[in-house]
Design a protein around this ligand. Structure first.
Ligand SMILES: [Cu+2]
Length: 242
């Protein structure tokens, strides 16, 4: 049974974000609806963090300038409001935003319009297209999908834990031995979206990249028809079917 596992990737997005929105790995340059939710959440978190920090600095300065001035609220109200109520509201809002992003990525209520099996291996990616006319077709380090429609990625691995992540399309999902984890992503437009393994998996981890090629849906069958089948495969480390 497929089991859902996901992480919004907000913390992990910080290095990519600092690299600039134009980076092919930037979560701040979203190219699909799930990625937009995550990017929006990131900006809300960043803005709220700045506002809260400035508010705390202002309070500290006020206390420093007026050390003997009696507080308008007593200490108990400060503790309850600032120590319990305010953090609870902030954390619940973040939890709600993160849960919504996760729900969109899981999307368990509707049947998948397009399915691709992605297998993570030390240290490359294999993709298969089981519900197409080419169920034996295979691509290495490249995943072909239709643009402008949700795609279900069924992620597994035969060896160690990896993590499938295409930052401009959405959050990540772990590849765990013995399990099939599912994530649903969408690319708004045809193009190439870079991905990587986001979980240290051994000596070749840093080279474990992949490209998601989003095609016009009408052109995708021709692309899949050109792929080799099992037994006539590209070698690991190569990119096939480009
Ligand atoms: Cu890895």
């Amino acid at each position: 049974m497929a089991q859902v596992s996901y992480r919004a990737g907000l913390l992990a997005s910080l290095p990519a974000a600092s690299a600039g929105a134009a980076s092919p790995f930037s979560t701040l340059d979203p190219a699909g609806p799930v990625a937009r939710i995550i990017a929006r959440l990131w900006w809300i978190m960043a803005g709220a963090s700045v506002a809260i920090t400035l508010g705390m600095i202002a309070l500290a300065l006020y206390c420093a300038v007026h050390p003997s001035r009696p507080a308008a609220l007593d200490a108990r109200k400060w503790l309850l409001g600032g120590g319990i109520l305010f953090p609870s509201v902030v954390l619940l809002a973040l939890l709600g935003g993160g849960a919504y992003a996760g729900w969109v990525m899981a999307a368990r209520l509707a049947p998948p319009p397009f399915v691709v099996q992605v297998q993570a291996r030390q240290w490359y990616w294999e993709a298969r297209y089981p519900e197409t006319d080419r169920p034996q077709a295979r691509s290495v380090n490249v995943v072909h999908i239709p643009a402008a429609m949700p795609v279900e990625f069924r992620v597994s691995t035969p060896d160690v834990i990896h993590s499938f992540w295409v930052p401009r399309l959405g959050g990540k999902v772990d590849a765990v031995p013995g399990r099939i984890n599912v994530i649903r992503l969408q690319a708004d437009r045809p193009g190439i979206y870079r991905g990587l393994c986001a979980e240290f998996c051994g000596a070749g981890h840093a080279q474990m990249m992949l490209d998601v090629h989003a095609h016009d849906a009408a052109r995708l069958p021709d692309v899949l028809a050109a792929l080799p089948e099992d037994g006539a495969q590209a070698q690991p480390g190569q990119r096939s079917g480009r």
